[in-house]
Design a binder for this molecule. Structure first.
Ligand code: CA
Length: 221
């Protein structure tokens, strides 16, 4: 992978460059240098620190996405408030890693992003007013587009690919969790609730006592 590392700390920059030697890492120390480099070359991933001189990583990220640059961005930072993390993801980051971190974890996350990038060729799944984009993990419904968690995305995928079919909670659970994964008893409900809240509507219909469905035809109430 070709990686653009944006990091002003000498020690971290040097150690990351050494640690990620299985990749091609180009290291710049501020976002203006990053901008310049990105104009000249293509990268598969940007590793972005937030606390940077001249302009913050977050401001740069916002600008990148506004320009339509889709290169995956993994934020690496010591800022650890939930607010900061949510802000980073909302601004268009693909993942977030807190300093200090183990290089093994960074490598694993880079692999995930690489896989996701390959999935970009996946077709968009759509049905009625809804469409799911596997490249960005987003759901669009009636003019709104929201990013979903991986599990919520999987639920929507099952429902959209089989419109009108009613799935019980346990059927959905079985499909979206691995064999050895611990599942909280109301996990599916929580995901569905979250999706509905994001769109402020019953995008998924609850058939009382039976399960959940994405209807083929919506009857307005
Ligand atoms: Ca910094």
């Amino acid at each position: 992978m070709r990686i653009l590392l944006v990091e002003d700390d000498e020690m971290i920059g040097e150690s990351l460059q050494k640690a990620l030697k299985s990749h091609a890492v180009n290291w710049v120390k501020d976002t203006f240098a990053a901008e310049h480099t990105l104009n000249l070359e293509k990268y598969d991933l940007i590793l972005l620190d937030l606390g940077l001189p001249k302009r913050s990583g977050l401001d740069y990220l916002v600008q990148l996405r506004e320009k339509g640059v889709v290169t995956p961005v993994l934020i690496i930072t010591a800022r650890d408030s939930i607010e900061d993390r949510v802000k980073g993801l909302d601004c268009g980051a693909d993942d977030y890693l807190l300093k200090p971190f183990a290089v093994e974890e960074l490598e694993a996350r880079i692999r995930v992003l690489a896989r996701r990038r390959q999935d970009r060729t996946n077709p968009i799944i759509s049905c009625g007013d809804a469409s799911l984009d596997p490249a960005t993990y987003t759901l669009s419904f009636r003019g709104r587009t929201k990013r979903l968690s991986v599990k919520a995305f999987s639920i929507m995928q099952i429902l959209l690919e089989n419109p009108g079919v009613i799935y019980s909670r346990s059927q959905l659970e079985e499909k979206i969790y691995g064999w050895n994964e611990e599942v909280e008893s109301n996990a599916v409900e929580v995901h569905i609730h979250t999706i509905r809240r994001k769109f402020e509507t019953d995008i998924i219909i609850n058939v009382r006592g039976v399960g959940y469905t994405f209807p083929k035809v919506r009857v307005s109430s």
